[in-house]
Write a protein that binds this ligand. Structure first.
Ligand SMILES: [Mg+2]
Length: 221
């Protein structure tokens, strides 16, 4: 989840500049609704601002309401809340159950890179959140479909590669631009799982223990 309007995509950094080795498998992992319970954290923030986040469908800005109203908030107001959350509160969300342990188990077998579509002002707090939860991995903040930047990153790796995200738009983009990369869909929030569309093109695994084992099987073959 997250991922509103794309901004200009920065050039992909080199793996070396991120402290990652080229001769090992590379696993690229999303944050919101993959490593962290974004909707829960954002929903709490929105509630404190006097609004409601209703999980009626797998969407973001269309789920924001003034109490008692049936028309969602103007998109500009939703965008303001979204930016404020990332600027001030995104370090408070809970990790997705099992995610930290799964990455800990993957670490001996792969280089792990965290690729998050979040506003630039989230960088400090997002980095703090990852470090506090035992996720010292390199972090790239990006925007827009993740296929092009993922293609640039995996092209630098000699090993097998895998990509995890909750959004089919990003998974489809990676399948298009980096077809050799194994794609996995994970939806962390229990309330969103039945709402989130899935695709035959990507393995959908909502349990992190099972997902970690599936990623390990792919990168160790
Ligand atoms: Mg996400």
């Amino acid at each position: 989840m997250a991922d509103p309007a794309p901004l200009a995509r920065p050039a992909a950094p080199s793996l070396e500049s991120l402290g990652l080795r080229r001769n090992r498998p590379l696993v690229i992992v999303d944050v919101d609704e993959v490593l962290g319970l974004f909707m829960e954290g954002f929903g709490s923030f929105v509630g404190e601002q006097g609004y409601e986040l209703r999980l009626d469908r797998f969407a973001l800005f269309q789920n924001l309401f003034r109490p008692g109203e049936t028309e969602h908030l103007e998109l500009s107001e939703g965008r303001r809340l979204f930016d404020d959350y990332f600027h001030t509160r995104c370090h408070e969300m809970e990790p997705a159950p099992g995610a930290v342990e799964a990455l800990r188990r993957l670490r001996p077998h792969a280089e792990i890179l965290i690729l998050s579509n979040a506003p630039p002002q989230a960088e400090r707090l997002r980095g703090q959140w990852l470090a506090r939860h035992g996720l010292p991995e390199a972090l790239i903040l990006s925007s827009g479909p993740k296929g092009p930047i993922t293609a640039d990153l995996v092209a630098q790796s000699a090993g097998p590669t895998a990509f995890v995200d909750d959004l089919l738009s990003n998974l489809d983009s990676v399948a298009e631009h980096a077809p050799a990369t194994a794609t996995f869909q994970h939806v962390a929030d229990l309330r969103l799982r039945s709402l989130a569309p899935r695709s035959d093109k990507h393995r959908r695994i909502d349990d992190w223990t099972e997902l970690g084992a599936a990623i390990e099987a792919v990168i160790r073959t």
